[in-house]
Design a protein around this ligand. Structure first.
Ligand code: PMV
Length: 326
């Protein structure tokens, strides 16, 4: 058996995935479109070792336990089943950004685990198969497999994978992320997806998706930040509306989140082209042109409650590397 290491970037969705038509297969209730984030990375090394008596998983320097460990083991089981393999695995994974705080760490985590795990098991998966496999670990992970701007659609296991809409060098769009909290969220997105249909606004949001997706797709192709931003903000607020009105209600925002949203709107009314979106967490992703990154970053740092600012342009897809973590 070989040891394999993969690098993947998390992605930020402009049209979000929220709610599933199949919980076990992670089949989404709606298509979504995203951008990989070059500046944020997960590196994962996997090796199947005959002498082990169970999977050994270390994430960010600590042995994984509970739900995190179970999700990785379940994913390794999928890889073992595909490869017809019996041995246990050693997995070491490292994020260079805070995990579980709305920075979509599960997207890069399962993209990297799928690429390293399948390679270590002797499988040679093409991009589509890798995207499908990553989707089973975490839905959004399928969008971290191709490079750049990616579209995930398909309603069946065989057809649900992400493909590239545009490569990373197509558009120097930047995500300037206002970190207002590094505390991991108390309700995972997995649980959130299951709660989504309990919101009275769930179906209403789903009805808006075809039009928003078309607008976002066209805006990415045309490099039209204003069109992208308008549609992206509408969908982020609709998704959080569904979250807030689920039973039980999910409120991922902090008071500082609202401070950032308010400021972004004020800056825009002054002529600065910047638009927000948020994943299942309190941190705010502010999308702007490369030429405005310094200005947007400086303004965000000055806001009360913003503890850090991360900046990223469009990122590559998942790939194997030769430097192993063990
Ligand atoms: O892949 P999951 O199950 O962590 O769900 C991701 C959900 C959002 O990040 C909120 C939206 C998205 O499309 O990435």
């Amino acid at each position: 058996m070989t040891k394999a290491t993969a690098v993947a970037h998390p992605n930020i969705a402009f049209v979000k995935y929220w709610g599933r038509i199949d919980d076990d297969l992670n089949l989404p209730a709606n298509p979504s479109l995203s951008m990989n984030l070059a500046a944020l990375r997960t590196v994962t090394t996997v090796e199947f070792r005959p002498e082990l008596r169970s999977d050994r998983i270390v994430i960010d320097g600590a042995p994984a336990s509970g739900q995190a460990a179970r999700r990785v083991m379940l994913h390794l089981d999928r890889v073992r089943a595909m490869a017809g393999l019996k041995g246990w695995a050693q997995v070491v994974s490292r994020n260079d950004f805070p995990a579980g705080t709305g920075l979509a760490s599960s997207s890069s985590a399962f993209a990297a685990l799928s690429a390293a795990g399948s390679q270590a098991a002797g499988l040679a998966l093409d991009e589509r198969s890798l995207s499908r496999l990553a989707r089973l670990g975490s839905g959004s992970a399928c969008r971290s497999v191709p490079a750049g701007f990616c579209l995930w659609q398909g309603k069946h296991d065989e057809t649900s994978w992400a493909c590239q809409v545009a490569p990373p060098d197509h558009w120097a769009l930047h995500d300037v992320i206002a970190i207002v909290s590094r505390t991991p969220k108390s309700v995972s997105s997995g649980e959130g997806h299951s709660l989504a249909p309990t919101s009275p606004f769930y179906q209403a949001r789903l009805q808006t998706i075809p039009e928003l997706l078309e607008q976002v797709h066209r805006a990415v192709v045309d490099r039209d930040l204003d069109a992208l931003g308008r549609a992206m903000e509408r969908d982020a607020l609709a998704m959080h509306g569904v979250m807030m009105t689920s039973q039980p209600s999910l409120l991922y925002w902090r008071p500082e989140t609202l401070v950032v949203l308010d400021a972004v709107r004020a800056w825009r009314s002054e002529g600065l082209a910047v638009y927000f979106t948020l994943d299942a967490g309190p941190n705010v992703h502010c999308l702007c042109r490369g030429s405005d990154v310094a200005d947007v970053g400086a303004r965000l740092r000055d806001l009360p409650g913003v503890v850090d600012v991360l900046v990223s342009g469009p990122g590559a897809g998942v790939r194997l590397v030769v430097d192993h973590l063990f």
